[in-house]
Design a protein around this ligand. Structure first.
Ligand SMILES: Cc1ncc(COP(=O)(O)O)c(C=O)c1O
Ligand SMILES: [Zn+2]
Length: 413
């Protein structure tokens, strides 16, 4: 194992070398990866990072992965785009989009977390891996496992979008559709991982999985010219991504790659599944589980594993939370597509809709640098737009028919 990190219990400090464990058996506290940031600081610099390949492994000193052969190349380093047209529409002068709808290979930020978790699984000797998923994680596990020659088990609620189901099965993964909510699927996955001794990325490999999310924060800072933004808006399901983005920013400061700067972290959820946002808005420190009912299936986790930590991060950063109804989610998808040419999935609709409200309420200042995390690709969730866009009736193939349509669409009699 590297001298730069260890798997440890943050409560009692006990180490768990070479193990896939999530909870400390002594204090039942979730384990996390702890870095020797003093040592990392000696080895990493902007020049070292900039000279490396453009993927998540350019920050290797801050990732718990070795050896190099276990790493899937090409994951991450997605565009950070200035939102020249969406910004004015939302009322934000300095708006950026971190576009993980373009992440390799399965078009969501889950490729980052799976790259780290499966590299760890291989190092720990697992040849069967799996996950409980709301869709994107399953796609990523299936694809990465195929490339690595691992057998994959993907457990999902049976009502997912067809692109997410087909987009798992196509890689030869064992797709297990379960009649139930994500939270029921997740409990089943925990039992299976233990009984079969498989590497489940968001169960027994969770401390490693969560680390992959930090790379979004590393890239945002580097792409802004090695500085931190004022605000970031992140969609939340289990809450892992939001908490790790905050940690990622802090680690960059701690190792001297960026100057210290407060970043307000805002979490976005669908109204029909908003346990974390609701708790935040009610001023509660505890998350009360919900039964999801929303078109945003990717964020439909009613009992979020990192919910409490997400509440603490949002509060400590001076950020906040918000939620969006199904019609607002659809509108958010369309506004993003029409103004920036980016087709985000339902989670992106949530993020855009919540960001718009945060700017309107003055929670996000108009002149501040704000980054919206676009975490997944809308080609996977197109059915939420079925019946909501005008596709036009088919035309006869004649110029007269076209000109009649032209006049109609231009509003000319
Ligand atoms: C597209 C997308 N965005 C955001 C999330 C939320 O991630 P987390 O569970 O880390 O909060 C998910 C989770 O599945 C997702 O699929
Ligand atoms: Zn402990």
């Amino acid at each position: 194992m590297s001298d730069l990190y260890r798997l440890a219990c943050p409560a009692c400090g006990r180490d768990f070398p070479g193990e896939a464990t999530t909870l400390c058996p002594d204090c039942f506290y979730p384990l996390s990866i702890v870095y020797d940031l003093g040592l990392v600081r000696q080895r990493i610099s902007r020049e070292v990072v900039e000279a490396r390949r453009q993927d998540i492994w350019r920050y290797e000193e801050l990732l718990p992965v070795e050896p190099e052969s276990a790493r899937l190349a090409g994951v991450g380093w997605t565009p950070l785009l200035p939102a020249h047209r969406l910004g004015p529409k939302l009322g934000s002068g300095e708006l950026f989009l971190k576009d993980d709808a373009a992440c390799f290979p399965t078009l969501s930020f889950k490729d980052r977390v799976v790259a780290v978790a499966l590299a760890t699984a291989r190092t720990l000797g697992y040849d069967e891996v799996g996950c409980a998923s709301t869709g994107n994680l399953g796609n990523a596990v299936a694809a990465h496992a195929a490339r690595a020659g691992l057998t994959a088990w993907v457990l999902v609620p049976d009502d997912l979008e067809s692109a997410k189901l087909l987009g798992t099965a196509v890689y030869g993964a064992h797709l297990v559709r379960v009649r139930g909510t994500y939270d029921q699927v997740n409990r089943l996955a925990a039992e299976i991982a233990e009984r079969h001794h498989w590497g489940f990325v968001n169960v027994n490999l969770r401390p490693f999985y969560a680390e992959g999310s930090k790379t979004v924060a590393f890239e945002i800072a580097e792409q802004l010219g090695w500085r931190l933004p004022d605000n970031v808006v992140v969609p939340m399901a289990g809450g892992a991504q939001l908490t790790r983005i905050a940690r990622g920013f802090q680690e960059l400061v701690d190792v001297g790659l960026v100057p210290a700067h407060p970043v307000r972290i805002f979490g976005a959820q669908a109204q029909g599944c908003s346990p974390i946002a609701a708790a935040f808005l009610e001023g509660c420190r505890q998350v009360v589980p919900q039964i999801p009912q929303t078109i945003c299936r990717s964020l439909a986790i009613g009992d979020p594993a990192d919910g409490r930590a997400a509440l603490e991060v949002m509060a400590a950063s001076g950020g906040g939370a918000g939620h969006a109804s199904d019609p607002e989610i659809r509108r958010g998808i369309r506004v993003l597509a029409e103004s920036e040419g980016i087709l985000g999935e339902t989670a992106a609709g949530v993020t855009v809709a919540v960001a718009e409200k945060l700017v309107a309420d003055g929670r996000i200042g108009r002149g501040e640098t704000t980054v919206l995390c676009i975490t997944g690709n809308g080609l996977k969730t197109l059915e939420c737009l079925d019946g909501h866009l005008d596709l036009g009736a088919p035309l006869n193939p004649s110029i007269a028919a076209f000109e009649a349509r032209h006049a109609e669409l231009r509003g000319v009699a």
